[in-house]
Design a protein around this ligand. Structure first.
Ligand code: SF4
Length: 251
């Protein structure tokens, strides 16, 4: 761990944190009961390690013989060393299966050959094309056969996420559970500190949102949580601060 800990400094539970935690645990238990094929999407950010830890605790309950949830990570080939290190640690220590999905190598290589290593900085279209190859297509494979997935989206993270529901049934194929919607950043870090959850040390370098190395920077005091993602792009655009994983496809 870094000697200076943003996590310890910013851990600060809401007054009703215990109620929020109980509601989150209840929602996860219900999701696990309602879906045999359910998986957690993890970018190994603060919210994700909290959810994985909560799932591990539920799995440890003796009565949950039918527990079947797992976790998946999209290893885009562009992740920070800190993220890869935590991913390897989770794979070797978590009682949950941690599945890792990578882009189709030929597509990723061809994209770089045609457009250059830093094409994502040149236009939103090229950035979205890179995200499609490295994230969206692998996501489809990760979700194949699952009737539900769990994410760490919180309403506080950005204007685009201000209305995120705890249970999103807008996709007829798959339910999306967002059990931390009303948690604050202080709540998330409080859980990590209280339960000694291993976390991504990038957070101590002021990266509250974890993404690919070329597309994520540290944020300054007062900036939005996702200000460090694709910071060179138009903040108001349709795809602002999103990579396509949570953007609904047009009918
Ligand atoms: S976040 Fe950046 S590097 Fe990662 S897939 Fe998207 S454009 Fe490519």
């Amino acid at each position: 761990m870094a000697s200076f800990s943003v996590v310890a400094m910013q851990a600060s539970p809401s007054k009703n944190f215990d109620e929020k935690l109980a509601a989150t645990q209840a929602l996860l238990r219900k999701a696990l009961k309602d879906h045999v094929k359910i998986t957690q999407a993890s970018s190994l950010g603060a919210e994700d390690v909290v959810i994985t830890h909560l799932l591990e605790a539920i799995k440890a309950e003796a009565t949950n013989a039918n527990f079947s949830a797992d976790v998946f990570v999209l290893n885009t080939g562009k992740l920070h060393a800190e993220t890869l290190s935590l991913m390897a640690k989770q794979q070797s220590t978590s009682p949950l299966m941690v599945r890792v999905f990578e882009p189709v190598q030929e597509q990723a290589i061809q994209f770089v050959k045609t457009n250059g290593e830093m094409a994502m900085r040149e236009s939103v279209d090229l950035r979205m094309a890179c995200c499609h190859i490295r994230k969206v297509e692998p996501l489809k494979r990760a979700l194949q056969g699952y009737t539900a997935w769990i994410t760490g989206m919180r309403r506080e993270q950005s204007a685009a996420r201000a209305d995120v529901p705890a249970v999103d049934t807008s996709d007829s194929v798959r339910t999306k559970y967002n059990p931390l919607t009303d948690w604050t950043w202080g709540d998330v870090l409080h859980y990590i500190v209280t339960h000694h959850v291993p976390y991504n040390t990038l957070i101590d370098q002021f990266y509250p949102s974890i993404g690919c190395e070329p597309c994520t920077r540290a944020i300054s005091l007062g900036e939005d949580f996702r200000a460090g993602r694709w910071w060179w792009e138009d903040k108001e655009g349709e795809n602002a601060k999103e990579c396509g994983l949570h953007v609904k496809e047009k009918q």
